[in-house]
Design a protein. Structure first.
Length: 82
């Protein structure tokens, strides 16, 4: 279950990426390591027109094996994996 919270929080990070740091406080599950490892892959694979947290979360889950190795490892270390 912790992995699902992490994935949900990460999806929120990517969707809210346009907000400035002052406007958006990241949840503690989104570590700097997770962001560094996954943000590029998630943006490339899962951010389309009108992204929502739910859409991004489903996409990351569906495309887990298309994510880079570093992202997969970081997500797995947080309890998310397939």
């Amino acid at each position: 279950m912790a992995g699902n919270r992490s994935l949900f929080a990460f999806a929120g990070l990517v969707v809210a990426g346009a907000a400035s740091a002052e406007d958006f406080k990241l949840p503690p599950e989104v570590t700097p390591q997770l962001r560094a490892a996954c943000e590029t892959d998630v943006r490339r694979l899962c951010i389309g027109k009108d992204p929502t947290v739910a859409k991004v979360k489903r996409c990351v889950f569906a495309k887990y094996f298309q994510l880079g190795h570093k992202c997969q490892v970081e997500l797995a270390s947080l309890g998310f994996g397939r």
